[in-house]
Design a protein. Structure first.
Ligand SMILES: C[S@@+](CC[C@H](N)C(=O)[O-])C[C@H]1O[C@@H](n2cnc3c(N)ncnc32)[C@H](O)[C@@H]1O
Length: 1006
């Protein structure tokens, strides 16, 4: 294609993402980005935000929606990969080091060295490479690239010496494309322009030109569930106009920060630096003026460490509640509890440089549990006798008539900032880490000390000051005055704050020092600095743990290390000097081409007012993060005195409007949102919805939502985006489905009977196309599949949905109305039935090699699942998400009993021997199946059961073995299939399967 940039020339062209997407490579890239953590582009703006979608995924969706599918899919794919920095030449730029000319000449065969390099002195090197540099004659020869060799030629040559390893390994070694954004694409533009008929030399130009060709103007991309801004930021960075909105003002603030801080101009960056310096100066000035963080001898507090304290009801002693007495493993510091008999309390000494044994002994503190799930109790010893009291007993927990749990803790009042003297739970400062600049060189001397009378005086100064100003600060909005609103079931986020501590307002979650410092930051910060404020709040609250681990450097941890808002027995408070890095953060800089065209609005998705050509959204679903509950932690600080830039937003989480859960409300909310987006999209607009699909039902839900919103599916892809989560054990959602959608024009009608044929044709065509692209890619010297089976499976399902959702009326029923009809529990709706039928039809088309279609069609879902996964295992697949995907595809309710390992990256099926005699009964999804009988016989043969006996069992285990000859034929085919697939992995079972096949084949019948 090369026809210049003509408005609307691509108006009706299918988008590339509707035809292909290099999902395997994309998965490797997305995975890499998610693992990057600290180096992630936008994370610095709010590391507390969970569930960021990878920028590279956003980029693929946006470019994939703009680029046309030209009919030459292999070339389309190549061009797309060039734009994504996935081609070989891009890897040269992504590699950590570029090879030297001598290395190239040593490793590559080059006919004429002089075509690329100049050497001095002239005439010493041979005319062609490889060159043996060990030859002493070449010792003093210097080689350099010829100046007239283009960057593209250079990269092509250098690419040849990149290691020949699978793409995923290559990505692990390389930098992310965005880390070398300035240079990675230098070589691509002439090829891109030639293919697309554009004349671009940057993404901004390309995007603008493609926008004109498709929509008549620079494209506007919208994300109405913008969250932390990963999608809108990427759209803006590529050069699109962007509309971002979210119900939650914290999400809006993060997205605003992505545009104006990371995406800001050089001038914006200078302003930010200036503002940061001024802020630190102001805060430091007040704190230093009060003398509350220095010991008067040149040391400044780095971290104050506090713990709970409670009176033991059995002894009357006040006991610090410390799950561990280790203050810092890394620095070998412990706390010692020294009984003070006179006052019935413990003095706390701090000892540094202790021995290994002392450190180990200190791991046991005064709060213990008998096992992980048991109740915690407070334990201490008086005169050699140990006294234990459950924490729940201390609090006086009791069950109310309605089954909820109450306690005897006093509920804190609005002006409280610390416990009252007769409260059950007290709080105690027990250690301070001090810092002092080293006398010579950089860095600090550090010291942990016990708390002195002077320290306590300084505490009092802070407490009194905060108390004296609290009303005023709350009125002015510098500190929170917002009630804690406990979240709903199933997790009741925030309940522990109220029930475990008696806190009722959000400022109770911060101690006086934290209130003072964060209040000052809030007071003196511009919109740009509010991100820093949220980072400080995360690090400096009563929920911010003190990191006493080996490598923890005695810092405080974020309150949002998980999303549970859990209370703590001990926590840290940073001195202001230790907060400076959070306040003067150096964010990555990616100036956005059209910043003035990037808009953020705080609105429910169902009431957006702006139109867009492309919507890329990542809506909330099911059990994901409860943003509307946990972000009150920050909202409470910002709501009353927002920066002018955020003043139009509603500083409330508006929980009632948040889309959540999985039930009727979820679907209604989603339909309202997507209907609105459809209304705000031109006829040729495109949508991409991202969703994780842990449960099989979300797939049907999404199809319903699409239908009811006036959209139709045009493609679906599955991309692995998540690493294994450290927060949850075992399996974790690892993938994202991308559903590509268009407006459903016209009012097409069909019948269920006609659909059957149409779906079959569509699916077959889709499968063939992707399989064909795999083949084509191979002929282009790529040694990896562009699509794996699971991708083709997904595309097959999508093709079925594509056919279905094209129609407005099926069998005389209006599908939009059918889709939103409330569900009756247990009932299969008309739409569900159609989707099941469509997906089934798709699955029928995906028969593994070695099985006949006729037999495959007869198998149950569980049999298909086992056989398909065996096939994939034989080809090296072992990630759990594959099993999840296929279980969903084959409608296996519970695939776990069939798996020998459920580990995320080491998943595998049970062998015949491992299955043993299990999964034979009625409760099993393999009950009375031919496959189960065959596996049983294989197990017996491996265990040396006599062949005839195993055969006799087989005939009994297979229903109607003698009445239905196809059962026997199936047993023969399955045995052969097992033999083939197990050959390399479990030779014993493979050989047993071969014996079985022969036994059945040669069995004398009648
Ligand atoms: C899955 S998150 C988006 C995450 C985002 N893609 C990212 O990478 O950070 C879903 C977002 O939807 C927002 N949300 C929930 N209900 C909403 C509604 N009714 N209208 C608009 N946004 C809503 C939540 O506040 C949340 O930010």
């Amino acid at each position: 294609m090369n026809c210049g940039v003509t408005p609307f020339s691509l108006k009706d062209a299918p988008a590339l993402i509707e035809r292909l997407l290099p999902v395997q490579k994309l998965s490797a890239e997305a995975f890499k980005e998610q693992e990057g953590r600290q180096s992630k582009t936008l994370t610095g703006l709010g590391s507390y935000w969970k569930g960021r979608k990878p920028l590279i995924l956003s980029k693929a969706c946006i470019l994939g929606s703009l680029l046309p599918a030209t009919g030459d899919s292999a070339r389309d794919l190549e061009i797309f990969e060039l734009l994504m920095g996935m081609d070989d030449a891009s890897f040269v730029a992504r590699w950590r080091r570029r090879p030297k000319p001598t290395e190239i000449l040593q490793k590559l065969s080059i006919d004429h060295i002089a075509d690329f390099f100049s050497a001095s002195p002239d005439g010493v090197l041979p005319g062609s490479a490889p060159v043996d540099w060990l030859n002493p004659a070449y010792a003093s020869v210097k080689v350099a690239w010829r100046e007239d060799v283009s960057e593209l030629e250079r990269r092509r040559l250098e690419a040849q010496i990149l290691p020949h390893v699978p793409y995923r390994e290559r990505v692990e070694e390389a930098r992310r494309p965005e880390e070398v954004m300035d240079t990675v694409h230098e070589h691509i533009w002439s090829e891109v322009n030639h293919h697309l008929g554009t004349s671009a030399s940057s993404f901004a130009q390309l995007v603008e030109q493609l926008g004109i060709m498709r929509f008549g103007h620079r494209p506007r991309v919208a994300d109405t569930f913008c969250g932390s801004g990963q999608i809108p930021f990427e759209a803006a960075r590529l050069g699109c106009d962007v509309y971002a909105s979210d119900l939650n003002p914290i999400a809006c603030m993060l997205t605003w920060g992505a545009f104006h801080i990371v995406g800001g101009s050089t001038e914006d960056r200078r302003t930010l630096k200036h503002e940061q310096r001024e802020l630190v100066k102001h805060v430091q000035c007040v704190v230093d003026g009060m003398g509350i963080e220095s010991d008067g001898a040149g040391w400044h507090a780095k971290v104050f460490v506090y713990c709970l304290e409670a009176r033991c009801p059995q002894t009357g002693w006040m006991v610090p509640a410390l799950p561990t007495r280790v203050v810092s493993k890394g620095y070998r510091v412990i706390a010692e509890l020294i009984p003070n008999v006179e006052h019935k309390r413990y003095d706390i000494a701090i000892r540094s440089g202790v021995t290994d044994d002392e450190l180990t002994a200190a791991e046991h503190g005064t709060v213990r549990r008998d096992n992980r799930y048991a109740d915690a109790y407070l334990e201490h010893e008086v005169e050699g006798r140990s006294y234990k009291t459950k924490i729940s007993t201390l609090r006086g927990d009791y069950e109310r008539p309605d089954g909820s749990i109450g306690s005897r803790l006093r509920l804190w009042e609005k002006l409280d900032t610390k416990p009252k003297p007769d409260d059950i739970l007290q709080e105690r400062l027990y250690c301070i880490q001090w810092m002092r600049p080293k006398a010579r060189g950089k860095g600090f001397d550090l010291e942990f000390r016990a708390v002195s009378a002077d320290d306590m005086r300084r505490e009092e100064i802070v407490e009194e000051f905060v108390q004296a100003h609290l009303v005023e600060w709350q009125a002015k909005g510098y500190v929170p005055d917002m009630r804690i609103e406990v979240g709903g079931p199933p997790r009741y986020q925030g309940l522990d704050l109220v029930r475990g501590r008696g806190w009722t307002f959000w400022h109770h979650v911060f101690n006086p020092r934290q209130l003072l410092v964060a209040g000052l930051i809030n007071q003196f910060s511009s919109a740009r600095l509010k991100s820093s404020l949220t980072q400080v709040l995360n690090l400096n609250s009563r929920l911010s743990g003190f990191d006493n681990s080996e490598g923890g450097a005695a810092a405080t941890k974020g309150a949002f290390v998980n999303q549970a808002l859990n209370t703590l027995y001990f926590y840290g408070t940073r001195g202001t000097r230790f907060l400076v890095p959070a306040l003067t953060q150096d964010y990555p800089s990616f100036p956005i081409p059209h910043l003035d065209q990037c808009v953020v609005e705080n609105k429910p998705a169902a009431s957006i007012s702006k139109s867009a050509d492309i919507f890329v959204t990542d809506p909330p679903y099911g059990d994901a993060v409860k943003y509307e509950e946990i972000l009150d932690f920050f909202i409470s600080w910002l709501r009353k005195n927002p920066a002018p830039e955020f003043a139009d937003w509603i500083w409330d989480s508006r929980r009632a409007l948040a889309i959540q859960g999985e039930g009727e409300d979820f679907r209604r909310g989603m339909v309202a949102a997507y209907r609105r987006m459809t209304e705000c999209m031109p006829e040729n607009g495109i949508q991409v919805i991202m969703f994780t699909h842990q449960s099989g039902s979300i797939w049907a839900d999404m199809a319903n939502i699409v239908w009811a919103s006036g959209l139709r599916v045009t493609a679906a892809w599955y991309v692995v985006t998540e690493t294994d989560s450290p927060l949850r054990e075992g399996s974790y959602v690892k993938g994202t489905v991308l559903l590509v959608l268009r407006k459903r024009g016209g009012a097409h009608k069909t019948t269920r009977d006609d659909l059957a044929w149409e779906i079959q044709e569509e699916v077959e065509a889709q499968v063939q196309e992707l399989a064909g692209l795999n083949q084509k890619a191979r002929t282009l010297h790529r040694d990896e599949n562009v699509f794996e089976d699971a991708d083709i499976q997904m595309a097959g399902d999508a093709a079925a949905l594509r056919t279905l959702t094209r129609y407005s009326v099926i069998d005389g029923r209006d599908m939009a109305a059918e889709a939103i009809r409330p569900r009756v529990k247990g009932e299969t709706t008309f739409v569900d039935g159609l989707i099941t039928f469509a997906v089934d039809t798709a699955n029928q088309c995906l028969v593994p090699q070695g099985l006949s279609k006729g037999h495959w069609d007869k198998l149950t879902g569980a049999e298909r699942f086992y056989l398909k996964m065996l096939d994939m295992e034989a080809r090296g697949a072992k990630t759990l998400d594959n099993y999840q995907n296929f279980a969903k595809a084959f409608k296996v309710h519970d695939f776990r009993p069939l798996l020998g390992s459920l580990r995320a990256n080491e998943a595998r099926l049970k062998s015949a021997v491992e299955l043993g005699r299990s999964e034979m009964g009625e409760g099993s999804e393999l009950h009375e199946s031919v496959l189960r009988a065959v596996l049983y016989a294989v197990m017996e043969l491996v265990k040396n059961v006599d062949g005839n006996e195993a055969l006799a069992h087989l005939t009994l285990n297979i229903p109607n073995y003698y009445g239905d000859m196809t059962q026997r034929e199936l047993a023969i085919e399955l045995s052969g299939y097992l033999e083939n697939r197990l050959d390399a992995r479990r030779p014993e079972e493979a050989s047993a399967a071969r014996v079985l096949r022969e036994l059945v084949k040669n069995q004398r019948l009648g």
